[in-house]
Design a protein around this ligand. Structure first.
Ligand code: CLR
Length: 265
């Protein structure tokens, strides 16, 4: 079933140097490939999203979302989320170091980290002026998600996006931070924790390097704080998913995208 994610085992010989980027040149190369991978998998460029900001859902359209049944709206959002997760899987696959991990460890990292990266990415799709997120082609406020019946999760997710936007990260900083969220040696069920730790250190080095270059070293501490918030958001997501699956087992079982079930169920 892992084939679904399109992860193929690699020989581990493709990037013999990237695990140990001791020289500045290697750190630069690591940063450059993470940034490239982020750019190629981020769906929309920041300028494109900026240009779409005027597109808001009308009162009638909001009402249409609000009149959906709980399971209909969950299924709809699960599909949207899974699309976003698919791009995160693509992002991960192009991070040197990530693809040198065993297939099981790649999956373990994606299971816990992909949703967190989606939430980090959400800040790019968020307009703090009116608290809306780009969803289904237009900008949507929390009221659009009312029929999910998990207002606390939605409020917390919007809050998080707001807080991320306040940090005013550059695309490069977002890329490195996303990689660090994903490659975390503290995740459960890792086979080769030592190897994950080495990759994690190299990504940490990369992030430190660009923050230093941008003269924004003080951001590091704030980013580690955001990681703690991310963890709590994702356990809230899992809690809601369990609640939903208990109430609507048929929808959760047969209508949710396979990748969503594989990663979160
Ligand atoms: C995140 C960044 C991605 C594009 C993207 C796609 C789907 C969006 C997601 C972003 C943000 C969060 C989102 C999601 C669809 C539904 C979900 C708006 C913008 C909300 C928070 C509802 C979650 C409901 C679950 C509990 C099912 O590159």
């Amino acid at each position: 079933s892992h084939d679904m994610m399109g992860i193929h085992p690699y020989s581990g010989l493709e990037d013999p140097y990237s695990l140990y980027p001791h020289s500045l040149r290697n750190i630069d190369e690591l940063c450059a490939s993470i940034v490239r991978s982020h750019r190629e998998t981020s769906q929309y460029r920041v300028e494109e999203l900026q240009a779409l900001r005027w597109k808001l859902f009308s009162r009638e359209e909001i009402q249409t979302y609000q009149s959906k049944s709980v399971d209909e709206m969950w299924q709809h959002c699960a599909i949207r989320l899974t699309d976003a997760v698919q791009f995160v899987v693509e992002f991960a696959k192009h991070i040197p170091g990530f693809r040198m991990l065993s297939q099981n460890d790649q999956i373990a990292l994606l299971k816990t980290g992909s949703m967190e990266v989606v939430l980090v990415r959400m800040s790019r799709f968020f307009n703090t002026e009116n608290n809306t997120v780009f969803f289904d082609g237009k900008f949507a406020g929390t009221e659009v998600f009312k029929s999910l019946a998990c207002g606390d999760l939605i409020a917390a997710v919007f809050d998080f996006a707001h807080g991320m936007c306040a940090l005013k990260l550059t695309e490069q900083q977002i890329a490195l931070f996303s990689a660090l969220v994903l490659i975390n040696a503290d995740r459960p069920c890792l086979e080769d924790r030592g190897k994950v730790q080495r990759v994690q250190r190299s990504v940490e080095l990369g992030l430190t390097h660009i923050l230093h270059r941008d003269n924004q070293e003080s951001l590091m501490h704030k980013l580690y704080q955001r990681m703690a918030v991310l963890r709590s958001l994702c356990s809230l997501h899992m809690e809601k998913l369990r609640w939903f699956s208990q109430r609507y087992p048929l929808t959760a079982h047969s209508l949710f995208p396979p990748l969503y079930k594989e990663l979160f169920a």
